[in-house]
Design a binder for this molecule. Structure first.
Ligand code: GLA
Length: 414
């Protein structure tokens, strides 16, 4: 009897241990798509502690933090090489107070903070990266207090196997670092990371090449690698990411890259090359709408210390953000995709449905949708989440609405 009890204890112990390590196995680090401010599109590698502190302040003052944008993501350009023990160090000119102090500051603002590295010897911008130092770098990031790592793939071999292996290696290192650190996989969709990145230990994965501050590249894109060198616009990225709805869910999100909302073609910024001359506010509002429908991570990149009213209005729409952050965690399915319209449906946790209607043509169009024909029958009202007007639906469930060129209407159907 004693032996049985003892064995049972050991068994339970093992079970508890494995459940415990499962809980820590970074499986629950991004139950909702992460949101925040990312340095890359606006600053490029010209980042420093003073800017990051004032950005964190602005996230609080503008109310963005309280709307859910609670991360500051430091991108490439922070690195200052390694010390004589091979520990990574920040560039002392950009970060004279050191990383720990900066992380503490951001945390003191009630925010989280992310850092950046790459699965090769050098990053995309040519700075020191983590290949061969995964364990040591993960421990350094943990010691500094980081909550997130964007792990890029420049300078690494193109085959799938190596990519999976290198991401697994960093994911394991993060798990063993003593801190919960979310992992963002960034290999631009070239090796279909939606098939393996979650299993490898990532919570989100970029699905395309870098977004530029523009609507459309002008070329037909069939796969992520078609976009390299062409300059991916909002519309190009939408077309790739919209096809991946089945792969998104809590702790594993398709990442269609940063929001370009409010950049207005800022000169010298990485988002301005390859034709990134800026978008209209209608197009920026469409990006916000479509990214929220697609349950995308929301990474603001315009200067939140100096937003105009249009930018503020687009980024702070609570009801639109709630579509992105809906706890059901479904990415919208694209039901219509023709030369004028794209129509999206996203089921929500409380039984409501979000409906997105994008006019891709270059003039205003009238959409006359029969919701029943889309399989939506038990709804009474449609609330336009941008104009805030609620329409009572007729018995046939018709929704007739004018949509401007490149505009996306978003409705909450109840
Ligand atoms: C790659 C990534 C970008 C950015 C830069 C930094 O291009 O896709 O998002 O991180 O590297 O160099």
């Amino acid at each position: 009897m004693k032996k049985i009890v003892f064995t049972a204890f050991i068994y339970l112990g093992l079970l508890f241990n494995s459940t415990n390590s499962f809980a820590q196995s970074n499986n629950d680090l991004a139950t909702l798509p992460p949101m925040g401010f990312m340095t890359w599109n606006y600053f490029g590698v010209n980042i420093n502690e003073q800017d990051i502190k004032t950005l964190a302040d602005a996230m609080v003052e503008t109310g963005l933090r309280d709307l859910g944008f609670n991360y500051i993501f430091i991108d490439d350009g922070w690195q200052g090489g390694r010390d004589n023990k091979n520990n990574m160090i920040p560039d002392p000119k950009k970060f004279p107070s050191g990383m720990k102090a900066l992380v503490d500051y951001v945390h003191s603002k009630g925010m989280k903070i992310g850092i950046y590295s790459d699965a090769a010897q050098l990053t995309c911008a040519g700075y020191t990266a983590s290949l061969g130092f995964e364990e040591q770098d993960a421990k350094t990031f943990a010691k500094w207090g980081f909550d997130y790592l964007k792990y890029d793939y420049c300078g690494a071999p193109s085959d799938w196997q190596t990519a999976i292996h290198r991401y697994e290696k960093m994911a394991t290192a993060l798990r063993n670092s003593g801190r919960e650190i979310t992992l963002g996989v960034c290999e631009w969709g070239d090796r279909q990371p939606w098939l393996w990145a979650k299993k490898a230990g990532g919570q989100l994965w970029r699905t395309t090449a870098d977004v530029r501050d523009k609507w459309y590249s002008g070329s037909k894109i069939n796969k992520p690698s078609d976009l390299h060198g062409k300059g991916a616009g909002i519309f190009d990225i939408l077309n790739l990411n919209a096809e991946l709805a089945a792969y998104a869910g809590p702790n594993g999100w398709n990442d269609p890259d940063m929001l370009v909302v409010g950049l207005y073609g800022k000169k010298g910024a990485p988002s301005s090359d390859l034709g990134g001359k800026g978008c209209t506010d209608t197009e920026y509002q469409s990006q916000m709408s479509l990214w929220c429908l697609m349950a995308a991570p929301l990474m603001i990149t315009c200067d939140v210390r100096n937003m105009n009213d249009a930018t503020k209005r687009i980024l702070t729409n609570k009801e639109i953000i709630a579509i992105d952050q809906d706890p059901l965690g479904k990415q919208a399915v694209r039901l219509v995709n023709n030369e004028i319209w794209q129509v999206f449906i996203k089921p929500l946790a409380n039984g409501d449905t979000a409906l997105g209607i994008l006019n891709i043509s270059d003039k205003e169009q009238t959409s006359d949708i029969n919701l029943s024909s889309l399989g939506i029958t038990d709804v009474e009202t449609a609330k336009d989440l941008w104009s805030k007007k609620t329409i009572k639906l007729n018995s046939k469930k018709n929704l007739k609405v004018k949509v401007a060129s490149h505009e996306t209407k978003v409705y909450r159907l109840n």
